[in-house]
Design a protein around this ligand. Structure first.
Ligand code: PRX
Length: 651
């Protein structure tokens, strides 16, 4: 299916699903009228709206001003002092919920661990003391590169407790990605593990960190969790075992009262230039936004067993595996491994075993399950489920309906949640008891969110006209900047259309005001919901010694949404061979990780560029998708290049 067809099919989608009556009856937002009323209030006076919600948290000092907005810089809950880890843990223990499960964890080999709120608090305190014992202070950036184990959550919360911002790197990334992020963040401490389980194999996390440390002298201390028990070339002095550091650490650890605007974390993501950018989130606004959106959108209740299958290395994991869920005192489930290990029914087995009530995953996963057949789900009793969610990429109506029927048994509302690393939390989503859903649409903006579709000139578009998705007013979870790059922050988000936040997505709003996201309009490709910058992949390819130049585009892919197609020009005198193509692909995987593996790689004489030197990605996309070129080539520098590209060399 081409991109145009995808948009077309969603344009024709007219099915509508009202919130199930029994769900609506018990929901936080029980009707469309309730949504409309709260939304009006939230837009009329966003500051008092958010201030009321913020007062529900524990503050060491109250805030004096709700919002200070000096475009493009927002400060929320100014003057307030709080701590997100305290609000996720101590607060619930103090309220008598210390025995309630905070984390249910399942390792890929099948072991289960449960940690109550009291136990989790104890672990977090011990590890926070351990971090302090190796010299970590407030404001120090700590890099975390770990498998999905309870210790990953413990490490993040321990950093938050002592005011040391974390920078979590997804365990699927590899050496160069670690080096780039550690250098940019100037981080001296890395927390990792001997390995993690993925499809029955050990992911060599420690080896990657070790190699990164060899290239990057900034890394002074490596804390290693023993997870898989395999032999590693442990370096005494630089390395410390997690269990040894925590063995004698005290159970109590004074909490750091953080300023509302103290940095909570950096999370690197791809944008339209080569290097990933450190998205900066602060304490109080992020806490309030993730907590409140989670409560309303997942309709969280005290006895929910909530499972978001995202890795904590992505923003979804930060906001809706850890912070937004634990701050609500709800049980969050963590699963370490692959969805198809040992078989394609693993997710459904987990849901049945742990009686999961709310389940949040990505369209790519749903499409993979759909392809494997419903018999895997049908083997398990999924009747504990009450609500389903999706995130990360547009969901095609077929996959939505499959999810609704096969997983949700036609009774569970589906929340298709639109947001970004930069937004901190969800901005557009149905409220499950209030908003009628339409397969493929994220429906309506959340309370306080002023989302619009604009053209380049900043004119708001009429219904059903495509345009750029923009947000006109700041919200509490908004990024506070790109780490050490204010110019890029200004340029990327605030200059395309002056005065409004530019999301980089194209979308339309239908006649009911529902948003239909079409995709990215910049050089970002969403592959299996993961965000990759074309230039990031290009520079990984070019770092192979045989490569002179490279261009990368996204092409539609049935399961992954998009796949990567690469066009590669070799250095003079090098022969294009299948072996070289495989070697270049393998090189990209070593540099960036398997998420960036190109599906197609073609050799070409040169990369087509406009007269001003810009790579003609539209043209390449066309070649990669259809094998031929029909579009306008009048600005092309060298016409002969096109003909040579259209032939699939070596295939
Ligand atoms: O293109 C949109 C897509 O994911 C982008 C943000 O990617 P990332 O920062 O990695 O965050 C993903 C998880 C929040 C957006 O610009 N996207 C996210 N959610 C949706 C979506 N596209 C369509 N529908 C969604 N529900």
């Amino acid at each position: 299916m081409t991109h145009a067809e995808t948009i077309e099919s969603r344009l024709q989608e007219t099915r509508k699903f009202e919130p199930p009556a029994d769900f609506a009856r018990q929901a936080h937002v029980p009707s469309r009228a309730a949504y409309d009323e709260t939304r009006r209030r939230s837009l009329d006076d966003p500051e008092s709206f958010w201030a009321d919600i913020a007062r529900g948290f524990h503050w060491f000092a109250p805030f004096s001003k709700t919002l200070e907005w000096n475009l493009p810089y927002a400060k929320w809950f100014v003057g307030g002092k709080t701590n997100i880890a305290y609000n996720c843990l101590d607060r619930h223990v103090a309220a008598g919920r210390g025995d309630h499960p905070a984390i249910i964890w399942e390792g890929e080999p099948g072991e289960t661990r449960k940690l109550t709120y009291r136990e989790l608090l104890g672990e977090v305190c011990r590890f926070a003391n351990a971090l302090r014992s190796i010299g970590v202070k407030k404001g120090d950036r700590v890099t975390i590169y770990m498998p999905m184990t309870p210790e990953l959550a413990i490490a993040m919360l321990a950093c938050a407790r002592i005011g040391a911002p974390h920078s979590v790197i997804f365990g699927g990334f590899s050496v160069q990605a670690i080096v780039d992020r550690v250098e940019d963040a100037e981080s001296h401490v890395v927390i990792t593990a001997d390995g993690g389980w993925r499809r029955g194999k050990i992911v060599p996390l420690y080896q990657n960190v070790d190699e990164a440390a060899a290239r990057c002298p900034l890394i002074k201390k490596v804390v290693v969790l023993r997870r898989t028990g395999n032999d590693i070339p442990f370096k005494p002095g630089r390395d410390a075992w997690w269990h040894e550091l925590t063995a004698n650490a005290a159970d109590a650890c004074p909490v750091e009262p953080c300023d509302a605007e103290d940095m909570l974390f950096l999370l690197y993501t791809s944008g339209s230039t080569g290097k990933p950018k450190g998205i900066l989130h602060t304490t109080a606004g992020y806490m309030v936004h993730t907590n409140y959106t989670a409560r309303m959108i997942f309709d969280l209740k005290p006895d929910d067993v909530y499972w978001c299958s995202a890795d904590a290395g992505w923003i979804t994991g930060h906001s809706y595996v850890i912070y937004g869920i634990l701050s609500n005192g709800v049980t969050t489930l963590l699963y370490e491994g692959a969805p198809n290990f040992p078989d394609w029914d693993r997710f459904w087995a987990i849901i049945a075993k742990h009686q999961v009530t709310k389940f949040y995953t990505a369209p790519t996963a749903i499409r993979s399950f759909m392809r494997e057949g419903r018999e895997h789900a049908d083997k398990h009793n999924l009747s504990s489920l009450k609500l389903l969610g999706t995130v990360g990429e547009p969901i095609n109506p077929e996959a939505w309906i499959w999810y609704h029927e096969v997983i949700g048994g036609r009774r569970c509302p589906i929340v298709d949640t639109w947001w970004q690393t930069e937004t901190g939390g969800i901005l557009i989503s149905p409220l499950p008891g209030a908003i009628a859903t339409k397969p493929g649409s994220a429906t309506l903006p959340f309370f306080g969110i002023d989302a619009v579709i604009m053209d380049r000139a900043g004119n708001v578009q009429p219904p059903n006209s495509g345009g750029f998705l923009c947000i006109r007013k700041p919200w509490p979870g908004i990024l506070r900047g790109i780490w050490r790059d204010p110019e890029r922050f200004q340029k990327q988000y605030w200059s395309e259309i002056p005065g409004v936040y530019f999301t980089g997505d194209s979308a339309r709003q239908d006649e009911d005001g529902c948003f239909w996201i079409m995709g990215r309009v910049d050089d970002v490709i969403k592959v299996a919901g993961h965000r990759l910058g074309t230039m990031e992949v290009e520079s990984a390819i070019v770092s192979h010694p045989a490569v002179a130049e490279a261009a990368v585009v996204g092409v539609p892919h049935e399961i992954k949404g998009n796949a990567i197609a690469a066009f590669v020009t070799l250095v003079t005198g090098t022969q294009p061979t299948p072996a070289l193509r495989d070697a270049i692909i393998a090189h990209v995987v070593t540099q960036l990780g398997a998420v960036a593996r190109p599906d197609q790689l073609r050799f070409s004489q040169a990369v087509p560029k406009t007269r001003s030197g810009k790579i003609m990605r539209r043209l390449l996309r066309e070649i990669a998708t259809t094998g031929e070129v029909k579009g306008d080539t009048t600005t092309l520098e060298d016409f002969s290049v096109v003909a040579s590209l259209a032939q699939k060399d070596e295939e």
